[in-house]
Ligand binder design. Structure first.
Ligand code: NAP
Length: 305
């Protein structure tokens, strides 16, 4: 595993983060067992940074992780735990309230308490706002962050799925730095390459964390718009590069993300131990600029101007 300093913090994070969104599956006994095995295999492979959210598995993912921390209490000192909040799912069909985003002080403070309780820890290393609340009051968010920091419940703060203008707006009123922006980046969704997100990350030393890094390749991305011809073109180029680098096509995709100078940290969400370990191969590929552009061209179906 490779490790890298997380700017604006005292932390060193594994270059691949393990994503805990799928660790409870359908929440059957067998799925939970599989999820635990996945976590242990991630630890074994050297991952020291684990990504959560209050809503993953309806809270069960954090609870399962809490069970592991109970089994191995000394683990807490060796790992970084990120969690997120701000999405309020509709609970039942009969609920009056729709699924919504909520960055109100009361809701965020309650959510963080919930995460700490389920994980069985006193502090989150990194807390992120999950998806931009259309009703976000940046002053209220800054005040909430300050309360969480002062109480010791959260060490550092970040955002997720924020556009550059939203990051800028929040940064302008915060008394502490924004450490990370967790966004979807993959061969299908390249928004962050062109909407200023990754430029802003470089400018302000905000760490970009890529969720769904294999979307569009290992499995269809959310809202996949690739045609079968697009997919074929990408597959041909990936196969060629996989041969050249003596690895698997999906590892090339991770290398494609890792080459970006903003220093993207991909989150690996597989629950298959062999894949969790094999993702590390991407860290050692001497991936070239030429191949980056070849894959970009295959993705776009045309050369850059
Ligand atoms: N901030 C946000 O809004 C947001 C949104 C989504 C996710 N996330 C975070 O990002 C993490 C990763 O997201 P993700 O789980 O969607 O991403 P992912 O790692 O790109 O994909 C995981 C899925 O792809 C399959 N897969 C992985 N590698 C594969 C391969 N080589 N070949 C075939 N299938 C493969 C996995 O199946 P197996 O399990 O069977 O291997 C799993 O179903 C999540 O766990 C969560 O922590 C954040």
């Amino acid at each position: 595993m490779q490790f890298k300093h997380l700017k604006h913090t005292e932390f060193t994070s594994s270059r691949l983060i393990y994503g805990c969104m799928r660790i409870t599956g359908e929440n059957s006994e067998a799925d939970r067992k599989k999820g635990k095995a996945a976590i242990y295999s991630a630890i074994e492979a050297g991952y020291n940074h684990f990504d959560h959210a209050d809503i993953y598995g309806g809270g069960e993912c954090e609870s399962l992780f809490g069970e592991i921390l109970k089994e191995s209490p000394s683990l807490r000192d060796d790992i970084l735990i990120t969690s997120k909040a701000g999405i309020r799912p509709k609970k039942k069909h009969s609920d009056y309230s729709p699924t919504r985003y909520d960055f109100s002080k009361q809701y965020i403070l309650e959510s963080v308490n919930g995460s700490l309780g389920r994980l069985g820890v006193e502090q989150l290393d990194l807390f992120m706002l999950h998806r931009p609340d259309f009703l976000m009051n940046v002053h209220e968010v800054a005040e909430t962050f300050a309360i969480l920091k002062a109480s010791g419940k959260v060490k550092h703060f970040g955002v997720s799925n924020f556009k550059p203008s939203q990051v800028e707006s929040l940064r302008s009123v915060m008394s502490m730095p924004l450490v990370a922006n967790q966004v979807e980046i993959n061969i299908h969704n390249i928004d962050t390459l062109i909407d200023g997100t990754l430029d802003q990350c470089q400018q302000h030393k905000i760490t970009p964390i890529a969720w769904c890094p294999l979307g569009g390749v290992a499995y269809p991305a959310w809202g996949n718009t690739f045609t079968s011809e697009d997919e074929q073109r990408i597959e041909i180029e990936l196969k060629l590069q996989a041969q050249k680098y003596q690895c698997q096509p999906w590892q090339v995709i991770l290398a494609w993300l890792l080459l970006h100078p903003a220093g993207i940290f991909p989150i690996i969400g597989s629950t298959t131990p062999s894949r969790i370990a094999a993702a590390k191969v991407a860290l050692d590929l001497q991936y070239s600029r030429e191949d980056w552009y070849r894959l970009f061209e295959a993705r776009n179906g045309e050369t850059v101007p």
